[in-house]
Design a protein around this ligand. Structure first.
Ligand code: SAH
Length: 348
């Protein structure tokens, strides 16, 4: 058992069972949040306790294996976990601060038609502490504080709900990193049971829902999960979430040439979202060779955005950050597996 997978309460109980005082747990938690790599580093613990803990628990660490830097300040990290699995995280600079996009699974089972992460399915879920390590290790590697986190890397957060919830509690903990829930966004392909539970348990965390089409048939063709969680069911759940939490829901819409980018598509999207407290994030598709799908031009993206705005739906066209460094979902890990990265990519 990895010590870092225990909740704080479980770890207090484990320490009590070892005959220790509860404040030891706080000391250890602080070390974890500072990125300690082993119990032996925790010099304010008695040596005997450090030895006991090392004998009883493993203490995994994720490591940054590769760093790619884009001219626009975006950095993409490939992390490796103790079992050798790899995931990616992306650091981005915005006017409001630095943001990190983290992965929640190794691979993904959702198999969206345009996405690189799902090309070969899910290998495993990431554990709460592994997601926390993405944050800790990428902050160290970036050399800058990170004050926003988006769960929009590889994986479907609500297909790994327990670990994602554990991660949100860890990163928010006031005795550790203390990241505000309002500075965190969780993105889902629309798994309704997850959205409902998340709304109850984390009403202050932002919700983003990947829509990509306003027509059920077109959406189901792009996103297999939409077959079970149809637009007819999903949209009212999102509207109810916005009402219940008092927070604006973000809808993500990847613009794909000839598939969902016409003025008529914009009109249909506006009528679908009418009356919902929401914001649409338009993402010109980051093309992935295997998918055969094309991106749209910037002018086409802006024409789509103008139509939506004119129909009363607030939206933005996402800046294309880090396109020169494979910053789209799942691309870096895939290249690494194919052995297609050269020496120059091996930063760090
Ligand atoms: N599984 C979650 C979160 C991970 S993907 C979800 O589906 O929301 C984060 C966002 O990137 C999603 O909106 C996803 O649909 C989008 N995305 C994936 N591949 C993309 C690509 N090649 N170009 C543009 N957006 C992409």
């Amino acid at each position: 058992m990895d010590f870092r997978q225990l909740t704080r309460e479980q770890s207090r109980e484990a320490l009590t069972a070892l005959g220790e005082k509860p404040f030891r747990e706080k000391q250890i938690f602080r070390w974890i949040c500072r990125g300690a790599e082993s119990f032996s580093e925790m010099t304010d613990l008695p040596a005997a306790l450090r030895e006991k803990l090392s004998a009883e628990y493993s203490f995994g660490k994720a490591k940054v294996l590769l760093t790619q830097r884009s001219a626009d300040g975006t950095m993409k990290f490939l992390l490796s976990f103790p079992d050798g699995e790899k995931a990616e995280a992306v650091f981005m600079k915005y006017s409001y601060g630095n943001s990190l996009c983290i992965s929640t699974q190794i691979g993904c089972n959702m198999r969206c038609a345009f996405c690189a992460s799902g090309l070969s399915g899910k290998r495993r879920d990431l554990l709460s502490w592994e997601m926390l390590d993405e944050y800790i290790e990428c902050s160290k590697a970036a050399g800058e504080p990170i004050n926003h986190v988006v769960l929009m890397g590889m994986g479907e957060p609500f297909d790994n709900y327990e670990n994602v919830a554990g991660f949100l509690r860890l990163i928010h903990d006031p005795e550790g990193i203390n990241l505000s829930f309002r500075n965190i966004t969780v993105s889902t392909c629309g798994l309704i049971p997850g959205i409902v539970r998340f709304g109850d348990e984390f009403p202050q965390v932002n919700l983003a829902v990947s829509l990509h089409a306003s027509d059920q048939k077109a959406r189901a063709a792009l996103m297999p999960a939409a077959k079970a969680y149809t637009l007819e069911k999903l949209i009212p759940v999102c509207a109810a979430h916005a009402e219940k939490t008092g927070r604006r829901v973000t809808f993500e819409y990847a613009l794909i040439n000839g598939k969902n980018d016409s003025q008529e598509n914009a009109r249909a999207l506006a009528s679908l979202l009418k009356g919902i407290n929401c914001h649409v994030n338009l993402i010109p598709l980051n093309p992935v060779k295997e998918t055969g799908l094309d991106t749209v031009s910037r002018p086409a993206a802006h024409a789509f955005a103008e139509k939506l705005e004119a129909l009363g739906i607030p939206c933005t066209v996402r800046r294309s950050l880090g396109a020169d460094i494979d910053a789209a979902c799942g691309q870096l890990r895939k290249k690494h597996e194919e052995g297609a990265l050269d020496e120059n990519d091996a930063g760090k």
